[in-house]
Design a protein around this ligand. Structure first.
Ligand code: 13P
Length: 249
């Protein structure tokens, strides 16, 4: 039985002082021991948010990392920096990073291997554009993204990775994939993991859906057999996030 994981991706929102207010607002709303709750926050918010969630069930994640250990990489943040600041999870390969910052599948593979080597828990994003969906190549495209991302990763390591399926056309658009569309792709991702490794690894790995998930549609999405959680953008900045965490109530 896979434990559900509900993660907020704050993206480039919340200054450090706003972040503290948001943590306070959400504090009484996100209590659910049956679910792993994660706030993935901007790098500058990590230290204050780690302090603010102490003693709660909330885990803190970063939105990105760099794959080199240290050195002359102006503006980047390393795995050791994240760990030392108290970060547990790290998102990689978000479509906004692939699109605006030209991250490639090969970069994401290096980031995944670095995060695993250092003991961070990776959330690896994948997803197709509307054009790719209309061309009927969604599953092929995502299988390729997953195969490249996991190249050189062992089965034991893969079990601890979270995969987030985020159709680009559903991100921030209010256009959610239907639960059937989301389940179809999440199932295909699990089959891809079984193909690369084995069924035991595929059964253990957690797969999230992301893309306009909100308090109204989360229950149906999270009831799908291959959807083990959500990666939530807009609704993670609002009390709605508490409703998603407590989707069964
Ligand atoms: P929205 O929930 O705002 O559509 O964002 C989804 C997302 O990109 C999470 O990583």
């Amino acid at each position: 039985m896979r434990k559900k994981i509900i993660a907020g991706n704050w993206k480039m929102n919340e200054t450090p002082s706003e972040a503290l207010k948001l943590v306070e607002t959400l504090k009484p709303l996100v209590n659910n021991p049956d679910v792993d709750v994660v706030y993935c926050v901007p790098a500058i918010d990590i230290v204050p948010v780690v302090n603010a969630v102490k003693g709660t069930n909330v885990h803190v994640g970063a939105e990105n990392l760099y794959f080199e250990d240290k050195g002359a990489y102006t503006g980047e943040v390393s795995a050791d920096m994240l760990l030392d600041a108290g970060v547990e999870y790290v998102i990689m390969g978000h479509s906004e990073r692939r699109g605006y910052f030209h991250e490639t599948d090969a970069d994401i593979n290096k980031k995944l291997k670095k995060a695993l080597e250092k003991g961070l828990k990776p959330i690896v994003c994948c997803g197709e554009s509307l054009e790719q969906r209309e061309q009927g190549i969604t599953e092929d495209w995502i299988r390729m993204q997953i195969k490249i991302a996991f190249s050189g990763v062992t089965a034991d390591q893969a079990k601890g990775v979270v995969i987030a399926y985020e159709p680009i056309w559903a991100i921030g658009t209010g256009k959610t994939a239907t639960s059937a569309q989301a389940e179809e792709v999440c199932k295909s991702i699990r089959e891809t993991i079984a193909e690369i490794y084995d069924q035991a690894t595929a059964d253990e790995i957690r797969i999230q859906y992301g893309g306009s998930m909100n308090a109204g549609n989360c229950k149906e999405l999270l009831a799908q057999p291959d959807i083990d959680g959500g990666l939530i953008g807009g609704a993670s900045l609002k009390p709605d996030f508490g409703k998603i965490v407590n989707y069964k109530d």
